[in-house]
Design a protein around this ligand. Structure first.
Ligand code: BG6
Length: 482
């Protein structure tokens, strides 16, 4: 007989500030780098900007009521740094501070526990203009001041904190997640990817220490973009490539969070290729001084790796993107000659954006991570990006999303039945929002937002079929998945 979900297991969903809030320049908020990056994506690809997004800033009460109707017991969202400190440092914006108090109060009034992410890709633009944002070590000091402020401000109401969203993905897709100047894009500045990540490791450690110091009973961890990685074949060379990819794409981050060290194989590879971060005296001691209480995982798809000999004639390249939403249009795969090359997994179907659909990949990584680090885990993102249609009956029949979520919950449960300790499940996303790479036409929400990339309309909220399905799942504490 399989065990039930624990009675204190948290069910909810996720979002991030710039992808959902809108009000990008309202009530004292100034631009973040995402306002600027998304303006560029609008001009280049016609994707919506972050100016209105899903307009949660003006609809948060309605959204929280819908979350309550679904039965949420938690909601994971991020705080926009530039809403709190419009210039990144210095003057606090009281209306920005008030917004998050109002949101948190509304959640708590409905019995929904806030899970707060401190940083989700949206560095204040003022800091980019001042010194390059994450390209400059000064960011560590400014992030510390911001983190200290928000932790102190919200500590009475927020117990669960995540620090920086998806450091691993920021390294891979740095131009989407950070403002990177044109002259850095010729391949000769790629060491900065890992330098930024090093600054983020310092920020993560400082933020963890602050939560432990300031929040009574508070728990904190990183939210990482993490994929299980398979070898393309059983050939020893491919299996070795899989281990190398695992080291550089995954262990390089989790070893910092739980062992306070850089993974040796990955760091050696980076050093050999001039990509390793510059580490100043005291940095590793600071990193080792922190403890993460849990690891939050954003899992969408598994990955596949194959051997890539040093003399393959290929050069280093980073992860590809599919901008069109037509299967197969991905513009390339991450390549590290002499270490590994990522590739399509012929065993798995994909989304329209070429993300491999693989619930077993979730089960695999939960068991692997729990066995290696022995810390509780939570899912802070998991979901299916799809073209949804508002049907003539006024409904959204997203059975494909229900299938996806059902199988991933089952996979998580199988891992739990084998002893993995899980805190929460928060799929991406509560309401439809602005994708980081594909505008608003690629939808993830349980709640449909009636807008297009070109026309924000009124951003009306419409319950999808997945809304009603998830409601039943939550009412039965995960027992009723069919
Ligand atoms: C995660 C991010 O990488 O994936 C989210 O934390 C993002 O911000 C999500 O939206 C889905 O990716 P995308 O590119 O489809 O928005």
């Amino acid at each position: 007989m399989k065990k039930e979900f624990p009675s204190n297991f948290l069910w909810g969903a996720s979002s991030s500030a710039y992808q959902v809030e809108g009000a990008a320049f309202e009530d004292g908020k100034k631009a973040s780098q995402q306002d600027v990056i998304n303006q560029g994506s609008y001009e280049q690809f016609g994707f919506a900007t972050a100016e209105i997004a899903s307009d949660q800033y003006h609809h948060f009460k309605e959204d929280v009521a819908l979350m309550k109707e679904m039965g949420f017991t938690c909601y994971r969202f991020s705080i926009a740094w530039s809403r709190i400190f419009p210039d990144g440092v210095g003057e606090v914006n009281p209306l920005g501070v008030k917004y998050y108090h109002d949101l948190i109060d509304e959640l708590k009034k409905h019995g929904i526990e806030p899970i707060v992410t401190m940083y989700h890709y949206d560095c204040p633009w003022a800091l980019v203009e001042k010194y390059g944002g994450w390209l400059n070590r000064q960011i560590v000091e400014d992030f510390t001041a911001y983190a200290k402020f928000i932790i102190n401000e919200y500590k009475d109401d927020v117990r669960i904190w995540t620090t920086i969203n998806e450091q691993s993905i920021i390294v891979q897709y740095w131009t989407q997640k950070c403002w990177i100047p044109e002259e850095y894009l010729d391949g000769t500045h790629d060491q900065m990817r890992y330098q930024i990540n090093h600054y983020m490791n310092l920020c993560h450690a400082i933020a963890c220490n602050l939560v432990h110091e300031l929040v009574p009973g508070g728990i904190v961890g990183s939210a990482i973009g993490y994929s299980s990685i398979y070898p393309l074949t059983g050939k020893p060379e491919d299996v070795m490539a899989m281990q190398n990819a695992q080291a550089l794409r995954n262990d390089y981050y989790t070893d910092i969070y739980f062992k306070g060290i850089y993974n040796k194989a990955a760091f050696t590879y980076l050093e050999e290729h001039g990509l390793a971060p510059v580490i100043e005296p005291g940095d590793m001691e600071l990193i080792a001084s922190h403890t993460s209480d849990f690891l939050a995982l954003n899992y969408y798809a598994s990955e596949c790796a194959k051997a890539c000999p040093e003399d393959s004639g290929l050069s280093i390249r980073w992860s590809g993107v599919n901008r069109s939403g037509k299967k197969g249009d991905i513009d390339g795969f991450e390549t590290h000659p002499g270490f590994y090359q990522m590739c399509r997994n012929p065993e798995l179907d994909t989304t329209d954006w070429d993300w491999a659909i693989d619930p077993i990949g979730l089960e695999y990584l939960l068991r692997d991570l729990y066995n290696r680090y022995n810390k509780p885990l939570m899912i802070t993102e998991n979901g299916l990006g799809a073209y949804d249609t508002l049907s003539e009956d006024g409904k959204v029949h997203d059975d494909y999303r229900i299938d996806y979520l059902r199988e991933h919950i089952r996979a998580m449960k199988r891992a739990m039945d084998k002893g993995v300790e899980m805190i929460a499940y928060c799929p991406w996303s509560a309401v439809d929002l602005l994708s980081t790479s594909n505008g608003v036409k690629k939808r993830y929400g349980l709640i449909y937002i009636d807008r297009t990339d070109d026309d924000p309309k009124e951003c009306a909220r419409i319950r999808k079929d997945s809304f009603y399905w998830y409601q039943k799942v939550l009412a039965s504490n995960g027992a009723e998945l069919d």
